[in-house]
Design a protein around this ligand. Structure first.
Ligand SMILES: [Zn+2]
Length: 319
């Protein structure tokens, strides 16, 4: 099962805080999947979907919240569509009208009725109802990528105004949803892992949220390890770089004035360095006739470096 289906399955079991939330969620389904079939005098309301969870939840909401019984029919998809499609119909014009009024979605003009493409503000005035609307919209039009791949959550909507309003509702929770046009559709999307965690929380999908957080922890640990490995490699390169520079300096002194001209303490370190190019300063220090610590060796190597520089610049040996 895809992560998307898992989220939808979980959301389909959640019904919000009460009737107000149920109306808000139903409004999302009508907004996104609803259609008025107008016969002049009479009309039906039809909700069509390829998603089982939409059909199931609409049916339940209609029954429990509105005391309406929708006729439901399924059609197995032809060759083109793999999945089934579900149609819920309210054939009673009075019921259809009641539902459309409750959700604020009935548009009437000259005896013609249709669903107005807007999110009716009073329906989503409370925070709990905004959460319910987003939840319904996600079940109806949303998808989320497997977090193991990348962080992306989107809603695919048929019209710009619903997309923009949904974006604004989502962003009222301090998220940063954006709208983009793709083919004939309008996509409301979120990108970052943190934002997807937030919206799962808003829609109230704690199980999916936990799954996502686990993936995030593993990903972060992996990044952290990579960062550390890179950092250690960088340090190693620095150590190797320093040793190479020391060897160059020593070789230059050997070629020009000879190591024997160096003060005894420096000559000893220089010869040890040539003999053990890959040893640490601490180890080199322990090889000396009179052992010294890391900083002592470092100090001597710096002096050697200064002498080499001076020779290169033609200044001769420093005092
Ligand atoms: Zn509510």
């Amino acid at each position: 099962m895809s992560f998307s289906s898992k989220v939808k399955g979980e959301l389909s079991l959640h019904f919000g805080n009460g009737r107000h939330c149920e109306i808000a969620e139903m409004a999302a389904f009508v907004n996104i999947c609803g259609q008025v079939v107008d016969f002049g005098e009479n009309f039906w309301l039809k909700i069509q979907t390829e998603n089982f969870y939409v059909a199931k939840k609409c049916f339940t909401l209609l029954r429990n919240t509105f005391n309406m019984k929708a006729e439901i029919s399924t059609r197995s998809g032809g060759k083109k569509h793999r999945g089934k499609s579900y149609t819920l119909v309210l054939r009673d014009p009075l019921q259809a009208e009641t539902l459309l009024h409750a959700t604020g979605l009935l548009f009437e003009e000259a005896g013609r009725r249709e669903i107005v493409q807007r999110i009716y503000a009073p329906v989503v005035s409370s925070i709990c109802c905004r959460r319910a609307y987003i939840r319904g919209a996600f079940i109806a039009a949303g998808s989320v990528n497997d977090p193991n791949k990348n962080y992306h959550l989107e809603f695919v909507l048929a019209d710009m105004s619903t997309a923009q309003q949904l974006r604004d509702i989502i962003n009222s929770f301090e998220l940063d949803a954006k709208v983009v046009e793709r083919k004939d559709h309008f996509i409301v999307y979120l990108k970052e892992g943190e934002q997807i965690v937030d919206i799962l929380n808003i829609m109230e999908a704690p199980l999916a949220l936990m799954d996502l957080e686990n993936v995030r922890i593993v990903k972060e640990m992996r990044n952290d390890i990579n960062r550390r490995v890179n950092c250690e490699t960088a340090n190693l390169n620095k150590v190797v770089g320093a040793a190479v520079k020391q060897l160059e300096d020593i070789a230059y002194i050997e070629e020009t004035i000879g190591l024997a001209r160096l003060p005894e303490q420096l000559e000893e370190v220089a010869r040890l360095r040539m003999e053990y190019p890959d040893k640490s300063l601490k180890e080199l220090g322990s090889f000396l006739m009179t052992p010294v610590g890391k900083s002592g060796v470092n100090h001597r190597l710096r002096k050697i470096s200064t002498i080499a520089e001076s020779l290169r610049e033609g200044k001769g040996e420093p005092e």
